[in-house]
Design a protein around this ligand. Structure first.
Ligand code: NAP
Length: 304
């Protein structure tokens, strides 16, 4: 921390700052006083005119070390990942490098300066036979993406650093600045009169991105170690979620067609009965997610 001028400034380094979660995390911290922020992503960007940005491929060990040691953060928030679940099946090496090796490099750098690493994980570490899951349930990933994310968690558990793992599922509400997002995709498709096929057999608790950012901030506030689930208040199928979007935004529900996951023939298998129980985060971090309707109110206010 920086004690110059008597004000204690938290130094926060955010990876993956061009991504859905990264963008929203940068936005949150750039509005907060007493935070010295450095954000980074793989591709160059000019979307943060007021925030220090440095291009850094986190699979480059030396670059990670230099970037982290030069900035000397108190907290590293790792939102970067290879998140295309189906592509992870065919691009295994890139997936492993980005989702596992890079986390090890970040942990090494954090160890050198005693920084806390806050890392984002997923319900895809579970097989979806018996969800929703608590933090202590047995993992059994179905996909290569899930395997890499579980391996990243394990790497942190043996790293000897201060770490916090936040598991989340089905992030939404992050479409600002052109990022793809399920809710916006549904709204846009239905507005254009397009039929959409939505699975009726995937069950989880979608997570409003603002709630995940607030969960990250609670970790910083309470300096908590370990694994926490961060998810929405309601458990429902993707089909029901889509109907709620159509209802709230006054769109044609008849365009939403039911389909089963297996009919999509996706390369990566999906956990079906999934979702994350957030009781631990609620009791230990004071985590209070929005309801789906409350999140839609915020999304719709942002659209004006
Ligand atoms: N989205 C979900 O529904 C969901 C659900 C569960 C868990 N998660 C987890 O939540 C976290 C954030 O997900 P997200 O949806 O925000 O992901 P995202 O939108 O795909 O963003 C990920 C970012 O990571 C960056 N990145 C990829 N490879 C990199 C590399 N080698 N070096 C530096 N940066 C790299 C990319 O940067 P560039 O754009 O600059 O190339 C990208 O913008 C991830 O850990 C993900 O596994 C997401």
């Amino acid at each position: 921390m920086n004690y110059n001028s008597g004000i204690v400034k938290k130094r926060i380094f955010i990876t993956g700052s061009n991504g859905a979660l990264g963008l929203n995390t940068v936005k949150f911290y750039s509005d907060i006083e007493n935070v010295e922020l450095l954000c980074t992503s793989k591709s160059a960007t000019d979307i943060y005119p007021d925030v220090q940005f440095i291009k850094c491929d986190i699979t480059n060990r030396d670059l990670v070390k230099k970037t982290v040691l030069d900035f000397c953060p108190d907290y590293v928030i790792n939102t970067a990942a290879f998140t295309n679940v189906d592509l992870c099946e065919s691009k295994k090496e890139t997936a492993w490098k980005t989702n596992v090796k890079a986390v090890e490099y970040l942990a090494e750098a954090c160890r050198a300066i005693d920084a806390r690493l806050i890392h984002i994980s997923t319900d895809y570490i579970f097989d979806g036979k018996n969800g929703p899951y608590s933090e202590n349930d047995k993992s059994n990933p179905l996909s290569y993406y899930g395997r890499t994310k579980l391996a990243s968690e394990n790497a942190l558990k043996i790293s000897g650093i201060n770490y916090t793992i936040l598991r989340t599922n089905v992030l939404y509400g992050a479409a600002e600045k052109g990022k793809s997002d399920f809710v916006y995709w549904v709204i846009n498709s239905l507005r254009e009169g397009k039929e959409i096929r939505i699975v009726t057999d995937q069950f989880n608790n979608p997570t409003f991105v603002d709630d995940l950012v607030s969960g990250i901030n609670k970790v910083i506030e309470f300096n908590k170690d370990g694994v926490f689930n961060i998810g929405g208040r309601e458990f429902l199928t993707r089909f029901k979620f889509t109907k709620m979007i159509a209802d709230y935004f006054n769109l044609n529900k008849n365009l939403i067609k039911p389909i089963l996951t297996e009919e999509l023939n996706q390369p990566a298998p999906r956990p079906l009965k999934s979702g994350l129980i957030t009781l631990k985060a609620e009791t230990q971090l004071g985590f209070r997610p929005h309801s789906i309707i409350e999140s839609f109110e915020k999304i719709s206010a942002g659209m004006i």
